[in-house]
Design a protein around this ligand. Sequence first.
Ligand SMILES: [Fe+2]
Length: 123
Amino acid sequence: MRLHEYYFDNMTRHPADVGTGKLYNAFGDAYGGFQEWKADFISVSGMRGVGWVIAYYALHNEQITKHWIDDHENGHLAGCVPVLVLDLWEHAFIGDYKPAERGKYVEAFFANVDWKACEARLL
Ligand SMILES: [Fe+2]
């Protein structure tokens, strides 16, 4: 259930741009830029199956990384802090989208990310 807490806490009804702070720089350091990181994250969200896409902040090298997680409790990396959590179980979007419209859900998710909450997870 902890992933749902991260998921709901990293969304807002009053979204704003990612800004130019520590999180923005962390995306750039790891992926060459925010848009490059976002494209990579979205590409993972297109994987077949249900699960989670999580952008982690790895404490050992202070880098953003991302991973597909099948279950709530398995596969998390030690020493990594979840920064952005996207629920890709069908129950997360089936009320608003058809199963084949998962990309539209991901697009709507990104339109409602609370970047300040995500950045606070780095600090
Ligand atoms: Fe869920």
